[in-house]
Write a protein that binds this ligand. Structure first.
Ligand code: ADP
Ligand code: MG
Length: 574
């Protein structure tokens, strides 16, 4: 783990050394001031040497200016170091996540990915620069003052340093409780966030059930828990800070008292005592630093572990080393003995065999859960088949690069996903470099041009988060335009009109006919009426493809298809 952490330091070594060099100098400078004070009181003042005093003043001023600059460098460039490391980690993580397969996304919560990309990396970055810096400064300060104090008066030094471990123990253990309290607080705020998101995303449901009061009650609970958690966190925090303050006062008192006794017995000068007190008053800082280090380390290490955990997940599907970049396919699809299960949890598809010729339109019908969507998602290789083979144009899809394969397949689904952005951006998603002309042409083919022109800013209209400002049919038309622009030889229509009303469905159906022309098309239809005219129909059930033929042959057969068809037709009539 350390090795991989260090890897992220490597590109920033100059910054790293700048930061730590300056931190070291600051610690040294801080050690000088009490020494100078002691010397001034012991030797300079009794001689009434004004010149020397002025020189000391000037020298100290120069040192303070230097310290100011060093401090600025440490604060600024230290953070820059952390931020740059964080930037690289985030970049690595996001690009890795982009490579992962559907299996990962099926089984991972979006919120977890988000917190890995944002919070965890933040904490790592804090540790990355404060960690070594804190350790370094604290060690130099404590060790340096210890050595210097030993030369002044070793008995007093040992007494003072005997207390430091007790103080550290107190600080670290209180800090641990503080961390727990803050962690609890973060969990509670996450609850609130989730709840707000839920209520607002589901506002239509909330209002239609007039359940605002219920949402409020749920919210009230979360809000109250958060309040209590914060109160507790502040309590522990107050204990921590006041406790630490008390300890350092005790040390001051001890030094003043015992040091006073030493002076009384002429074993210490006033200058020595003042120097001592000044060193002691500096202790608070290294102790805070060590405490912070322990905390940062625990958080950062946990975050970094989670970061590595995600980075170490391998994509389930990778291009084989000899994968071929294929050009435009014709679209002859062949499934041979294809067997597939999600995570080996029971076969969803078993021994599926069929062939679809280029340009043909084939419909799949069957009960929900039979595996129609699954079957289609095997074609762009979203999931890996367990047995058998899947060929397009006579070539196993596992021999093609995923990218070139997916460039050949277009999918239209029931729930359209539009990105936040303009209508144009969303259509252009099908071909990022498309010209305006091409985009308009695609929109026309999708019967979308008219309604887009009627929007307030035409193609430049922002469609709101996930296209909330558009109707279901409009969204679907944009997604169809996207596919026209992509222009793939293989097309999958997965219940693309199921969520639409009859009228809209008819319009969209027309676009589909246009879209399917000269492409190999797989249609999964919910309403059977929409697939009467396709070339071939396959009936998929848990037992595999049990019937195959065109509408009239299947009706004549009076099998499963005929039964499903009549059932739906009766529904419509009644
Ligand atoms: P259909 O499209 O015919 O309604 P699906 O292909 O969506 O059926 O689903 C087939 C079976 O696979 C169902 O039992 C479903 O629960 C399961 N399934 C679908 N998607 C996943 C997934 N991502 N992970 C695990 N199981 C899944
Ligand atoms: Mg489905």
């Amino acid at each position: 783990m350390i090795k991989r952490f260090v890897k992220y330091y490597r590109p920033h070594l100059p910054l790293f050394f700048l930061d730590f060099g300056c931190a070291f100098l600051i610690a040294l400078l801080d050690l000088i001031f009490p020494m100078v004070t002691r010397w001034t009181i012991n030797s300079v003042l009794p001689d009434k040497n004004l010149n020397l005093l002025l020189m000391i003043g000037g020298g100290l001023l120069a040192l303070y200016v230097a310290r100011y600059i060093l401090n600025y460098i440490v604060d600024y460039y230290g953070h820059v170091l952390g931020v740059r490391m964080e930037y690289h980690m985030r970049k690595d993580l996001f690009s890795h996540i982009q490579k992962l397969s559907f299996n990962f996304f099926d089984n991972t919560k979006t919120g977890h990915i988000m917190s890995r990309l944002v919070n965890d990396l933040n904490e790592i970055s804090e540790l990355a620069h404060h960690g070594p810096e804190d350790l370094f400064i604290a060690t130099v300060t404590l060790l340096g003052s210890f050595l210097i104090m030993m030369t002044i008066n070793w008995q007093l030094t040992l007494i003072v340093f005997a207390i430091i471990p007790i103080m550290l123990y107190f600080a670290i253990s209180k800090n641990k409780r503080m961390q727990f309290a803050f962690k609890d607080m973060r969990l509670k705020i996450a609850d609130i966030n989730a709840q707000v998101e839920d209520s607002i995303a589901g506002v239509r449901v909330v209002k239609s059930f007039t359940n605002e009061w219920y949402e409020q009650e749920k919210f009230e609970k979360g809000n109250k828990n958060f309040r209590l958690s914060r109160e507790n966190a502040f309590k522990v925090m107050a204990q921590f800070f006041s406790g630490i303050g008390f300890f350092s006062n005790l040390i001051n008192l001890l030094v003043l008292f015992i040091g006073g006794l030493f002076i009384y017995y002429n074993r210490l000068t006033v200058g020595d005592l003042v120097g001592f007190l000044l060193y002691v008053s500096m202790f608070l800082q290294p102790i805070r630093r060590i405490t912070a280090l322990v905390e940062n380390y625990q958080r950062g290490a946990a975050g970094f572990n989670r970061f590595l955990e995600t980075l170490d997940i391998n994509p389930d599907i990778v291009d084989s080393p000899d994968a071929v970049e294929i050009g435009r396919l014709n679209g002859n699809i062949e499934f041979s003995n294809v067997t597939f299960s999600y995570n080996n949890k029971g076969d969803v598809l078993k021994d599926i065999n069929f062939k679809i010729d280029k340009g043909e339109t084939v419909a799949f019908v069957g009960p929900s859960g039979a595996g129609k969507t699954t079957l289609c998602s095997l074609i762009p290789r979203f999931y890996e088949i367990d047995k058998g083979s899947l060929m397009i144009d006579g070539m196993d899809i596992r021999k093609m690069t995923q990218r070139s394969l997916r460039d050949n397949v277009g999918i239209v689904q029931q729930d359209v996903f539009l990105f936040s952005g303009t209508v144009r951006d969303n259509i252009a998603y099908g071909k990022v470099a498309a010209t305006d002309q091409e985009i308009i042409e695609a929109a026309r083919l999708a019967n979308a041009h008219e309604f887009i022109m009627a929007l307030e800013n035409g193609y430049n209209t922002y469609i709101g988060e996930r296209g909330v400002k558009l109707s279901g049919g409009q969204k679907q038309r944009i997604s169809i335009a996207r596919i026209f622009l992509k222009n793939p030889p293989v097309l999958i229509l997965d219940e693309a009109t199921s969520a639409l009303d009859n009228e809209t469905e008819k319009v969209i159906q027309e676009s589909f006919v246009k879209l399917a022309k000269s492409r190999t098309t797989l249609v999964i239809a919910h309403r059977m009426a929409t697939i009467r005219n396709v070339d071939r129909i396959m009936v998929l059930t848990e037992d595999g493809i049990i019937e195959e033929g065109n509408h009239s042959t299947l009706m004549d057969k009076e099998g499963v298809y005929a039964r499903l068809y009549k059932a739906q037709f009766d529904d419509l009539v009644s």
